[in-house]
Design a protein around this ligand. Structure first.
Ligand code: TRP
Length: 325
């Protein structure tokens, strides 16, 4: 039997090239050899305030972007989290074995509760994420480094449940891509590229126009050097080199072979051409897919039916073990 892969992205903010290089592009590579399940985690998104009209639109936008980036509904299952009620059911049951103190230690909770009014959903976010993963007897979870702590909690809860009630859940393994950890803000290369950056020049969104892409790359922060050299790359410049290498699908060394000795300006032009080329292909597909909403909803409907069917097996066995009818 092939391995089960599960991952998800929140339909909040706009997807960017960090999501593409670090997540979607990896998922595309995994879908051939695994049973892949990709979720749009709208229940996680509402743990911070969302505009209801926009949220609905974003769910479809993210779904269309999954497809435009190469997730193939013939190979993968794509669905919307809130359309499968098993997620919240299992989360509730897992809540009853989750130590309060462990949730208090979650760094993402600490960060987010400083920025937003802390609500119980935000506190409980990692338990819902554990339910997402454990419902499908998942083997591998491709995520960014920032989600590692949530995966540890997921494994702890699975082990605890298994030892208390008997073998029920598979223990999932996080797959942390090197690239995901390495796509940084174009304006402050100490920070990860983020959907919610307040500096609009920091992030290249998948749906940016050609002019926006060129401007952002032109204004990307580097050092005061002028020529690319292997041994003197600042963080800002190496971030651009990493993006270039990832889109070329080759390693950093090969990029140096190609661009060493070029001026920063010349390299930025090459990079801008490459990003524009990639994103224009994705955008073309995106607009086709997004304009046929019926077909898009059909894909999500099939994904939902699959998700409910597969996850019900796990949930049923959990309920029996816990003593629920
Ligand atoms: N918390 C994840 C993030 O913000 C999104 C997510 C929710 C997720 N459920 C998941 C990722 C299950 C992987 C598996 O990136």
């Amino acid at each position: 039997m092939s391995k089960v892969v599960f991952s998800g992205i929140q339909p909040s903010g706009n997807l960017h090239i960090g999501n593409y290089i670090g997540a979607l592009n990896q998922w595309v590579k995994m879908q051939d050899s695994t049973e892949s399940i990709f979720c749009i985690v709208d229940l996680h998104a509402i743990t911070v305030p969302q505009d209801p009209v926009q949220l609905k639109e974003k769910v479809l936008e993210v779904a269309a972007l999954y497809l435009a980036c190469g997730i193939d509904p013939k190979k993968s299952h794509i669905f919307v989290q809130s359309e499968n009620p098993n997620h919240t059911s299992l989360a509730w049951i897992l809540n009853t074995i989750t130590p309060f103190g462990q949730l208090e230690r979650m760094t993402q909770f600490k960060d987010k509760s400083e920025k937003h009014e802390a609500n119980a959903g935000l506190f409980d976010y990692p338990v819902l994420m554990a339910a997402d993963i454990l419902l499908y007897q998942t083997d591998e979870v491709p995520v960014g480094q920032d989600q590692k702590q949530h995966l540890e909690l997921t494994r702890d809860l699975a082990e605890k449940f298994n030892s208390k009630f008997g073998q029920t859940f598979k223990l999932p393994v996080p797959v942390i891509s090197k690239e995901a950890a390495r796509i940084m803000s174009l304006q402050n290369p100490d920070n990860k590229m983020s959907k919610s950056d307040t500096n609009s020049l920091a992030t290249i969104y998948l749906l940016d126009s050609e002019d926006q892409i060129r401007e952002k790359i032109k204004k990307a922060v580097t050092d005061s050097g002028s020529q690319i050299s292997r041994d003197a790359s600042s963080e800002g410049l190496s971030n651009l080199l990493v993006i270039y290498s990832a889109l070329k699908d080759w390693d950093l060394n090969k990029t140096y072979d190609e661009v060493e000795g070029k001026s920063y300006g010349e390299f930025k032009n090459l990079l801008a051409d490459l990003v524009v080329l990639h994103l224009s292909k994705i955008q073309k597909k995106y607009h086709e897919i997004r304009s046929d909403e019926k077909a898009l909803r059909q894909v999500l409907g099939e994904g939902r039916d699959f998700a409910i069917e597969k996850s019900s097996q796990t949930l049923q066995s959990v309920k029996e073990k816990v003593g629920l009818v």
